[in-house]
Ligand binder design. Structure first.
Ligand code: NAP
Ligand code: MG
Length: 401
């Protein structure tokens, strides 16, 4: 069989620990035999980030802007323990944070649905995609622990010195205050990323805030979404037969629990943090969750939602067998290849990516899976495979397609 060719490279960001091992296996078993893979390779493994003073992360983000599509392996975010473990010159920032800041993106996470791994919520028939705004609010806050009686005020000073002043509270005793912010620019980028992703995946878009209580702050989110929708997206949504739906966050939560799925749920930063963990664990596992960062000007970076699976890596280093689930990493590759194919007008590449996804799902539905899924599946008599064994089983299924 002749190998598929690629017109434009995609950006490949290699990573750390167990996911770095899976990365190599996936390429060797599932990609290189079928595709003349064209990638611009960046090694974001912690050692190389340290050697390059983290320049490699910045370069990989710039390359992503240039080529439009990237696929990223999970990477270590350094903490004190990693400083000693890897003899780091500095506690380098989270690569995901650096890349997100460079691309000004929104993160979309969706579960991979497989028969035999049923969501806890029995009416969820289709995936629920969570879109999380990744800037501001409580994540960029300023807090004061109020020691005793006094007046707390909110003051804005314009460049010309004019002030807006509001009383927060007249304290009669000790308490707490918190200042948070967001910008119209960031909210507008978030809105456009959500509308574009809804059109791209032909799914309804839900958005919710608490605008009845937060009449200026949350209302501003609601207004910006509505203005952009009316001016730029309404017609396109109607043509695509999809809907934009705004409601209150508590109403959204109640509706989500009763819905069938198949929509995108856009959340403010904090709501997205909390709700994405709820949705992903209710769907089964973090290893069955895709994640894509989409920028407002249409740049896509695909990754797995989980980390580098450190505990499994240490077992691997000791020569012990591991059963690490590679599904989310395989889907990061298929997502990137599909998008590359779409942008390059290459239906063969898109078809291959689809086939690899179906082969991965089929393998699990045939009862061949890693340990994490074997523990939660409703299928009987399943075969538990090791990390490499599962990837080889996917290859066998792919060969039959
Ligand atoms: P993790 O890698 O997500 O793993 C946490 C636990 O979840 C594992 O020990 C394992 O449970 C289970 N798990 C996660 N992915 C799995 C998979 N593919 N197959 C089977 N089980 C899986 O989180 P972590 O161990 O807390 O973090 C390790 C490193 O990853 C950290 O240095 C962190 O900075 C980094 N991280 C990176 C990203 C990213 O690059 N996107 C995201 C999060 C964390 P059992 O041990 O019970 O089997
Ligand atoms: Mg969280």
């Amino acid at each position: 069989m002749e190998k598929l060719t690629m017109k434009t490279p995609l950006v490949e960001m290699d990573g750390d620990e167990m996911t770095r091992i899976l990365w190599k296996m996936i390429k060797e078993e599932l990609l290189l035999p079928y595709i003349d893979l064209k990638t611009e390779y960046y090694d974001l493994g912690l050692e190389h980030r340290n050697e390059t003073d983290d320049q490699v992360t910045i370069d990989s983000a710039e390359a992503t802007k240039k080529y439009g599509v990237a696929v990223k392996c999970a990477t270590i975010t350094p903490n004190a323990a990693r400083m000693t473990e890897y003899h780091l010159k500095e506690m380098w920032k989270s690569p995901n944070g650096t890349i997100r800041a460079a691309l000004d993106g929104t993160v979309f996470r969706a579960p991979i649905i497989v028969k035999g791994i049923e969501p806890c919520v029995k009416n969820w028939e289709k995936p629920i995609t969570l879109a999380r705004h990744a800037y501001g609010d409580v994540y960029k806050n300023t807090e004061i622990k109020v020691p005793g009686p006094g007046k707390a005020e909110l003051v804005f000073t314009a460049q010309d010195g004019a002030q807006i002043r509001e009383t927060i509270h007249d304290f009669t005793g000790a308490g707490i205050i918190q200042g948070i912010h967001n910008t119209d620019k960031s909210i507008a980028s978030f809105a456009r990323a959500c509308f574009n992703y809804a059109l791209d995946t032909k799914q309804d878009l839900w958005f919710a805030t608490k605008d009845t209580i937060s009449k200026k702050y949350d209302h501003n989110f609601k207004d910006i979404f509505q203005e952009i929708y009316d001016a730029e997206y309404q017609q396109q949504f109607e043509q695509a037969g999809i809907e934009y739906f705004y409601t209150l966050i508590d109403d959204a939560v109640a509706r989500v629990m009763k819905a069938k799925g198949g929509f995108i749920w856009a959340c403010k930063n904090y709501d997205g943090d909390v709700m994405s963990d709820m949705v992903s664990s209710a769907f089964g596992s973090l290893a069955m969750m895709t994640s894509v960062l989409v920028s407002p000007d249409g740049v896509y970076e695909y990754e797995a939602a989980h980390g580098t699976v450190q505990r499994h890596y240490y077992k691997h280093l000791k020569g012990e067998e591991t059963s690490t689930n590679s599904v989310a990493t395989i889907f990061a590759w298929t997502g990137a290849l599909k998008k590359r194919g779409e942008l390059d007008g290459s239906p063969e590449l898109m078809a291959f990516a689809d086939r690899l996804e179906r082969a991965t799902i089929q393998t699990i539905e045939d009862g061949k899976m890693t340990k994490d899924l074997a523990l939660i599946t409703s299928l009987k008599d399943v075969t538990v495979l090791n990390s490499e064994g599962f990837i080889k089983a996917v290859r066998e299924t792919l060969e039959t397609m």
